[in-house]
Design a protein around this ligand. Structure first.
Ligand code: ADP
Length: 404
């Protein structure tokens, strides 16, 4: 029986899951937080073996200076609270890495060359790649005898054709500075589109899907015959859909306009577009549950926020329909996509001529955390809700790479 340990390392945190690949379910999970900040903490959870049982929790608060120390604490947690890693002997450690540039079109076995490449790509993801790399370096020390696999958020979108990934900008930007569309959330789009094909009973290679990954970050992808051919995030995750705190598409002249008229620097505008825009800027809150509460209380900003959010979704669905020519399924996933029936209804409102329709009873009565078709029986284009599972996808890709 194979197990894979999946690590998602942020600048001051490490999230982890140990998956039993016979079942595809986690047998332990946890998070190390505030690494390098003095008051670090670790929370380790071991779900009960039987359905009615209680999850075992193990917690520690002690300073972890860096990712290596954090991973040592994770090993201690497994030793103290189980399961026994020495007995399980994970087949791989799978690492989430945000940016693989145009260098990585799939998962790779980590070696010194891969580490250097992730480091060289840091200008494209200055917050994420160095943190991901710190996790990889720590894990190579903590698990010296286990193969380490890097799975990139961008990799699934490396199949975009030049017509889709090229920005019409000066040559020296494109070649000298690697300016192009990369796309993100690839692990989720890959997983969800494959599940959609399985639900349809089709081979992914014969299936065209539009996936809307709507979390705090959000992106849409057009998948043709199992391959990503267009996606809404670009050089960075700022482009495309309206998100929790990101604007998505704006006029590219906005930074220059604000520099002239508000004295703002490019960095200030960039920070504001990433952290103080999107639903948060319009409604004053970025959690959709809170935003809908405000809508119900008559808050005009919140109403505008959901209108802008859903309008952008409809626009992208229409555009990706045109890109694909024919669509076998439209899929909603991630926090908002899986849980927000009003956003789902708003996203397809008025798209009946495209064959897109939602059955209100199915949409409203959805059982959380399950895969469901929410379009009416016999609909031209099935509309689905599919919970994403990026950890499972990272584990699956890690094992596939190792030929298991
Ligand atoms: P992340 O991008 O951080 O991985 P998630 O996919 O977990 O995000 O999505 C988080 C978001 O999902 C929250 O900010 C919230 O807006 C939304 N969300 C979660 N539960 C619900 C719900 N029941 N109804 C509406 N929105 C929800």
């Amino acid at each position: 029986m194979s197990h894979v340990l999946v690590l998602n390392s942020g600048s001051s945190s490490i999230k982890y899951q140990l998956l039993d690949m016979a079942q595809g379910t986690p047998v332990a999970s946890g998070i190390v937080e505030r690494i390098g900040e003095g008051r670090s903490s670790l929370t380790h959870k071991v779900p009960a073996a039987d359905p009615g049982g209680e999850t075992r929790r193990y917690e520690r608060t002690e300073p972890y200076a860096d990712h290596e120390a954090g991973l040592k604490a994770v090993l201690d947690a497994f030793a103290a609270a189980g399961p026994d890693l020495d007995a399980i002997r994970p087949a791989a450690v799978g690492h989430r890495v945000v940016h693989g540039g145009d260098r990585f079109g799939g998962a790779v076995l980590v070696d010194d060359g891969v580490e250097s490449a992730i480091e060289e790509l840091a200008p494209l993801a200055p917050l994420h790649n160095p943190a991901n790399l710190a996790g990889i370096r720590g894990a190579r020390k903590a698990f010296p005898n286990v193969p380490q696999v890097a799975v990139f958020d961008t990799a699934f979108h490396q199949t975009l054709p030049p017509a889709a990934y090229t920005y019409a900008v000066p040559e020296e930007w494109r070649t000298g500075h690697k300016v192009r569309r990369y796309g993100f959330h690839g692990t989720s789009h890959a997983y969800v589109s494959r599940r959609a094909a399985a639900i349809l009973g089709q081979d992914p290679a014969d299936t065209n899907v539009i996936v809307l990954h709507l979390g705090n970050g959000a992106s849409a992808t057009a998948i043709e015959s199992g391959r990503s051919v267009e996606t809404s995030m670009g050089l960075t995750p700022l482009e495309g859909l309206v998100m929790g705190t990101r604007s998505g598409d704006v006029d590219p002249s906005l930074p220059a306009y604000l520099a002239r008229n508000a004295g703002m620097s490019a960095a200030e505008v960039d920070t504001a577009l990433n952290k103080r825009s999107g639903v948060l800027a319009l409604a004053g809150a970025n959690d959709m549950r809170e935003v809908w509460r405000m809508v119900d209380e008559g808050h005009e900003g919140a109403r505008l926020a959901v209108d802008v959010y859903c309008h952008r979704l409809r626009k992208y669905i229409g555009a990706y329909y045109a890109v694909l020519g024919s669509v076998d399924a439209l899929v909603f996933t991630a926090g908002v996509g899986e849980n927000d029936e009003r956003v789902r209804a708003g996203a397809v409102a008025g798209l009946e001529r495209l064959g897109l329709r939602i059955d209100p009873a199915k949409n409203d009565g959805l059982v959380r955390g399950t895969e469901q078709v929410i379009s009416p029986e016999g609909a031209e284009v099935p509309v689905m809700v599919i919970p994403t599972d990026e950890e499972l996808e990272i584990a699956v890709q890690s094992l596939e790479l190792l030929g298991r």
